[in-house]
Design a protein around this ligand. Structure first.
Ligand code: ACO
Ligand code: ZN
Length: 196
């Protein structure tokens, strides 16, 4: 895990807010341009309907375009990665992407921080995700936030590639997430109504 000072946010002209129905076409477009896992429109709509309070977009204020997204879900009564024989609520980072022209400015980090903060608020005690074993940029992003590989799933992706499952317990990352969330608020990068 990195220290908070290692996170640099260059978010001038970028806002992070909850995804709304009007953003879904933009999210699908970013998904198609950034990842080989392209879900159906109905999957995106179902995620918005069921987990809209933890579905976030990054928007370029210049043209009001979605340039990044982080789509999450909660899994209830799931087997803990960290505590034997315990059932917990897990936050699942289902899909995240940032358009190539906007990368390396801290946008994905900000989307992850905001997502984790709100999944914790909804009682998640750990957060996990799957990532291609070849996807070093994304693995670096998750490592920087303290995630560790907890499993490898053979043949997880449609093209046969394996996935790493990476996870982190809330207790380990809570203070980092809180501090970075406050920083994002302070630099005015968030447009998020809290009590949703
Ligand atoms: N090479 C190495 N490390 C990288 C790279 C890269 N190209 N890009 C990001 N990182 C790591 C670095 O540690 C970086 O910190 P640093 O800039 O201080 O060195 C850290 O990630 C945070 O970078 P951000 O600027 O916050 O990330 P960015 O906004 O550029 O987005 C992302 C990263 C989402 C992985 C982007 O490259 C992308 O959209 N890739 C294609 C889609 C993808 O792979 N999505 C994740 C799939 S797994 C899942 O969805 C659960
Ligand atoms: Zn997943």
């Amino acid at each position: 895990m990195a220290s908070t000072s290692e996170f640099k946010f260059n978010l001038d002209g970028i806002k992070i807010r909850r995804c709304s129905i009007e953003d879904i076409a933009g999210v699908i477009s970013v998904n198609r341009r950034t990842l080989p896992e392209n879900y159906s429109t109905s999957l995106f709509l179902a995620m918005l309907r069921n987990f809209g309070s933890i579905f976030f977009v990054a928007v370029d204020l210049q043209n009001d375009e979605v340039i990044g997204y982080c789509m999450n879900k909660l899994e209830f009564d799931a087997k803990s990665f960290f505590e034997r024989n315990r059932k917990v609520t897990k936050g699942h980072v289902f899909s995240i992407g940032v358009l190539p022209d906007y990368r390396r400015r801290g946008i994905a980090s900000a989307l992850m921080v905001v997502s984790m903060r709100h999944m914790f608020k909804l009682n998640a005690s750990e957060v996990f995700l799957e990532v291609r074993v070849s996807n070093i940029p994304a693995q670096n992003l998750y490592h920087k936030l303290g995630f560790e590989v907890v499993a490898r799933v053979a043949n997880y992706y449609a093209d046969g590639e394996d996935a790493y499952v990476m996870a982190i317990p809330r207790s380990k990352v809570d203070s980092l997430v809180e501090e970075l969330y406050l920083r994002l608020k302070k630099i005015n990068a968030l447009e998020i109504y809290e009590d949703l």
